[in-house]
Design a binder for this molecule. Structure first.
Ligand code: GCB
Length: 615
């Protein structure tokens, strides 16, 4: 049905675009920096495995005899109709602290996949002349949002923000907000149903109410261009779009770029870089306070300035060749029972381990856009970032509705994070087996990245083909990327003796920089095997796997970085070996609680040596 609707939508927008293009969805860029009323904290929750609250309990149209969870305020209904029957009662359901996935709500929720209702009240004081939005950092996977019984929007996709205007529906005093969160995905969704990570259904990122002037800055972007200018762009939302004065100010650089908007509320401007500008880099992650101003709306942000380019087989950061000393990471905090609650402290604990512990300068945020808390922490700590959308393994490549979903996520991700200097690579997918339909799909995503952001590089984690000892990157997508990346697991998923790995020779018909975006082996922290040929799952096997794979990597002439799999053991329902896995993928260099395995030291030593020679 969704695909049909998407197709109708596409047909309609094609007709509409001949006249007036539809307005872009609300972006509320850098919303986390705007003054807001937090709706984090206790929310009531109630499971709804048969989805009665959406469809109605007893059939028929909505009304006292067929209650939906969300479209009523029970007290109002009961006051009017004392005989009203409720088969649920949100206001008397238990509460949990949000954000956080429902896996942590109660032991029964461990394997729950389906619909859960959330509800809370809040007090609101309207400010004259202001518009108000409710914004969710992320809801996994589908969210149906209601305010005071009024359905506002549905959003699909578990990893990007969305907002809805509530100006007309929010009341002075007490309000009730309800969200139906459905974690079940089907074959038309992105990511597909089967992945190798925990689903973490629920409201996993912050919820806030944001009030802005009638005409406000919805999207704003500032960056350093390759020809050494500061370029800014702004898009307004409001009734007065044309001829609106806007400006960007960076007070500590004494820089102001000003102009007026066009008929669509858009403005772009640029100015040469002043000598005082200190460029952002992992060694010196300088951030500037910037202010976008449009009438009475002021949007503050903290932004770093750097350039990233490819020249031949080199990646240049601020004009200088760089080697990416990285590691991959899921969005999962340390601890035995993570609930995907990424606080600034949780983000800094993980990223700090990469920076200080591993001597890294790079993190691959796999396999979906991570919390904005994470990308802000990367900006502050000085870690280069690979950001990715969950086009993972197999999606329905020939379905235009699926492509639209992927494009929507990519747009939401790029618009949210375009001001983060740390992000240098947008990845359009992971391990997608080659076919004509898949390559056309992926090329459409690459094209979209280039339209939205000309200040970063495009990549994708590819597969390679092996013949004897020669491993070739023979993917037709490679030519359209800036940086090639491959995942390789010889010696773990193949029977190759570890000592033979350095004999593998890597070749590419395309002359571009290469990143090993994954390699790895499982080890249960604390399981040791001192035998001359240690067994898989031991710390010794994993450490030796790293030594030999690093020896292989050193011999690849066009390798410019790596992000082995993975920093921390992560929950994965498909990993059920009773002795070694217990529901966790154990390829982490640290255990769920942060205990370092032997291989951590092997990679750290390698990166320390690279750091010492200045790459
Ligand atoms: C991969 C996938 C990653 C898995 C990993 C593994 O190639 O990209 O999501 O978790 O292998 O452990 O098998």
């Amino acid at each position: 049905l969704r695909v049909l609707l998407a197709a109708i939508g596409l047909a309609f927008s094609a007709v509409a675009s001949a006249t007036v293009p539809p307005p872009p969805p609300i972006a509320l860029v850098s919303a986390d920096m705007r003054p807001h009323q937090s709706l984090d904290g206790p929310w009531h929750w109630s499971v709804d495995p048969y989805r009665d609250g959406r469809a109605g309990f007893h059939g028929g149209p909505p009304g006292p005899s067929s209650q939906r969870y969300a479209d009523i305020i029970q007290a109002d209904v009961a006051a009017k109709d004392p005989t009203a029957l409720f088969e649920f009662d949100m206001q008397r359901s238990p509460t949990v602290e949000l954000p956080g996935a429902w896996i942590g709500h109660s032991p029964e929720m461990r394997y729950y996949n389906g619909l859960v209702w959330y509800q809370r009240t809040f007090d609101f004081t309207p400010q004259p002349g202001k518009r108000t939005f409710v914004r969710f950092g992320a809801v996994d996977y589908r969210a149906d949002l209601y305010l005071n019984g009024k359905k506002l929007i549905s959003h699909f996709g578990g990893f990007t923000p969305f907002a809805a205007e509530v100006t007309q529906f929010v009341r002075p005093g007490r309000n009730q907000i309800t969200v139906g969160v459905d974690s079940e995905r089907n074959s038309l969704d992105v990511p597909p149903v089967v992945t190798d990570w925990e689903n973490y259904g629920g409201i996993t990122r912050s919820v806030s109410l944001i009030s802005v002037p009638e005409t406000f800055i919805d999207d704003a972007w500032v960056r350093l261009t390759k020809d050494g200018r500061i370029a800014a762009s702004v898009r307004l939302n409001g009734s007065q779009m044309a001829g609106f004065p806007v400006r960007l100010r960076i007070p500590s650089l004494g820089l102001t770029i000003a102009g007026t908007t066009d008929g669509d509320g858009r403005w772009t401007g640029n100015a040469p870089v002043t000598r005082a500008l200190r460029r952002w880099s992992p060694e010196s992650p300088t951030l500037y306070d910037v202010r976008f101003e449009a009438g009475i709306d002021v949007l503050a942000d903290r932004v770093g300035f750097r350039t990233i380019e490819v020249r031949g087989e080199d990646i240049l950061l601020n004009g200088k060749p760089i080697f990416l000393r990285g590691i991959s990471m899921h969005e999962e905090e340390l601890g035995e029972n993570p609930v995907r609650r990424i606080t600034p402290e949780a983000a800094k604990a993980l990223l700090g381990t990469i920076k200080q512990g591993l001597h890294g300068n790079f993190v691959r945020l796999a396999h979906y856009p991570h919390s904005e808390v994470m990308t802000r922490a990367a900006d502050e700590l000085g870690l280069l970032v690979w950001s990715e959308i969950p086009v993972y393994w197999q999606v329905q490549w020939d379905n235009p509705g699926v492509l639209s979903s992927a494009e929507e996520m990519l747009r939401e991700n790029i618009v949210r994070d375009r001001n983060r200097a740390s992000i240098i690579l947008w990845s359009v997918g992971n391990e997608t087996p080659v076919s004509d339909a898949r390559t056309a799909f992926m090329r459409a995503l690459v094209k979209q990245v280039r339209e939205l952001d000309d200040s970063r590089l495009v990549t994708a984690a590819l597969l390679s083909a092996r013949k004897g000892n020669v491993q070739t990157i023979d993917d037709p997508l490679a030519g359209g990327l800036d940086v090639m990346a491959v995942n390789t697991y010889n010696g773990w998923y193949t029977p190759d003796p570890l000592a033979s790995l350095p004999e593998l020779e890597w070749r590419s018909p395309v002359r571009k920089p290469l990143i090993f975006s994954e390699f790895g082996a499982d080890a249960k922290a604390g399981y040791h095997d001192e035998a001359a040929s240690p067994h898989k799952f031991s710390e010794e096997y994993q450490a030796e796997y790293y030594r030999q794979t690093l020896a292989m990597a050193r011999k690849v002439p066009f390798l410019r970085g790596m992000s082995p799999w993975i920093l921390k053991d992560f929950r994965s329902p498909r990993r059920q070996h009773p002795v070694f896995q217990q529901g966790w993928n154990r390829k982490g260099l640290i255990s769920p609680t942060g205990q370092r395995k032997e291989a951590f030291g092997v990679l750290s030593k390698e990166y320390q040596a690279l750091e010492a020679v200045g790459v």
